[in-house]
Ligand binder design. Structure first.
Ligand SMILES: *Cc1c(COP(=O)(O)O)cnc(C)c1O
Length: 431
């Protein structure tokens, strides 16, 4: 047990946290341990984690099955290069991924993070088109309000405004952006929603390698939920115009939306699938890009000896693979189905009544994701302090207050999260 106190002064002065300034750092709270849905702070508070560490800790912290897998692996083989060597954790994880994902996906690239999985997906798409003798198909099509990661190729398909494309003008590749779909999953579908996509793909398909999107749920780009028929329509258009479909399920994969994959809401399979975040149950950084035999074989017959041109140093790290495999065993066990559906019902009951309240633009729920979008930008530091004082960990961004807790959260714990969100709305009404 590490009891040394965290040097917060050093932290503030020397360590960048995600999307922060070192000259004007925001407060950080030192965590000493975590178990189940609880984070334990050095200052003595225990917080119910509403964020699942950014979608990842779906089974909760300090899970005995995941711990055991890691302990066993670290005493056997912590790491070895994946060039020319292989190992059981990678092979077993590969088998589990192929078994769990939609049928046509059966080639796996193990990447070190979600952003890298997206980079690899884009490389696959471009190499596929080059290998078919269609080198003009170099552009990507996507929808606004998307988020696909922080590396340059991934950033180039993030929402141009949220993703600050202006800042990197001239460096970022320029791709095609369609309006973000407006029709929500619980609203009536209208086929005109696809008109902009029809227009773009029918006129530009010769330049488009792939369409990339987050199926049904746009995460960090705005926490928006859209109708599965849009996704189905995009799948059909991609088929018609000979464009690959890349589904970025890094946030939505492994049950979060109430289906194993968000693509399942539309009964479609992508040509390329990215998974990450919850892949290791939130234990280690690991992601994967899967594709079809057809895409893999086509790349295999292409230039450069048909090699897929990617190979990170820590590719298929055995510790990460072992814990991911253990996490997928839990996922395959299927307990998530009831847990997520119970969370969804409770979130609906406890968050949707916030619709119509002063200061609330919209409250919405999809699967085990609850969102309260405010009219005004939230003061993160102030809101966070209020939440910590109430014993919950909720980290707003922009105008969004949102939660996606570990699946194992108990009803009374979930109520504490939603009560804290409601209290935040109460407070805004008073201010
Ligand atoms: C988080 C996320 C990524 C990036 O993953 P990292 O592991 O942070 O690089 C990409 N796409 C989506 C949809 C995400 O939610």
């Amino acid at each position: 047990m590490n009891t040394a106190s965290v040097d917060l002064e050093f932290d503030q002065r020397h360590l960048w946290h995600p999307y922060t300034s070192l000259t004007n750092p925001l407060p950080t709270y030192p965590v000493t341990s975590a178990s189940g849905v609880y984070l334990y702070l050095e200052t003595g508070e225990q917080l119910i984690d509403g964020m699942a560490s950014w979608w990842s800790t779906i089974h909760g912290y300090n899970h005995p099955h995941l711990n055991a897998a890691l302990h066993q692996q670290v005493d056997t083989l912590a790491h070895v290069m994946f060039g020319g060597l292989t190992h059981a954790p990678a092979v077993e994880l590969g088998k589990a991924l192929v078994a769990l994902t939609p049928e046509p996906l059966d080639a796996v690239f193990l990447a070190d993070s979600g952003s890298i999985a997206v980079e690899v997906a884009i490389k696959m798409a471009i190499q596929f088109q080059v290998s078919r003798g269609l080198p003009k198909k170099t552009k990507l099509a996507t929808i606004r309000q998307g988020y696909h990661g922080d590396t340059f190729a991934a950033m180039s398909v993030c929402d141009p405004i949220n993703g600050m494309h202006e800042l990197f003008r001239g460096i970022l590749a320029e791709h095609y952006f369609l309006p973000s779909p407006e029709i929500r999953p619980d609203q009536d579908w209208c086929d005109r929603e696809l008109d902009a996509a029809r227009q773009l793909l029918s006129t530009q398909h010769q330049t488009i390698a792939a369409f990339i999107l987050e199926p049904c749920v746009q995460g960090a780009g705005g926490m928006r939920f859209y109708h599965p028929n849009y996704l189905r329509g995009i799948r059909e258009l991609c088929d018609r115009y000979d464009i690959l479909l890349i589904a970025d399920e890094i946030a939505t994969g492994f049950g979060r939306t109430g289906k194993l994959f968000a693509c399942d809401h539309a009964n479609i399979a992508p040509d390329i699938l990215c998974v990450g975040k919850a892949l290791t149950g939130g234990y280690m950084t690991l992601a994967a890009t899967l594709t079809t035999r057809h895409v893999a074989n086509t790349i295999g017959q292409g230039p450069g000896g048909g090699h897929l041109m990617h190979g990170p140093t820590f590719m298929a790290n055995p510790l990460a693979c072992a814990v991911a495999h253990a996490s997928l065993q839990l996922v395959a066990g299927g307990a998530w189905q009831q847990q997520v559906s119970r969370i969804e019902q409770q979130l609906r009951a406890e968050l949707l009544p916030l619709n119509g309240r002063v200061g609330v633009r919209n409250a919405r729920v999809f699967g085990a994701i609850g969102v309260v979008e405010m009219e005004d930008t939230i003061d993160v530091a102030k809101a966070q302090l209020g939440f910590v004082q109430r014993g919950v960990w909720i980290r707003p961004f922009g105008k969004l207050l949102y939660i996606m807790p570990p699946y194992c959260i108990e009803p009374n714990e979930l109520s504490q999260l939603t009560a804290a969100m409601a209290a935040f709305v109460d407070q805004c009404e008073l201010d």
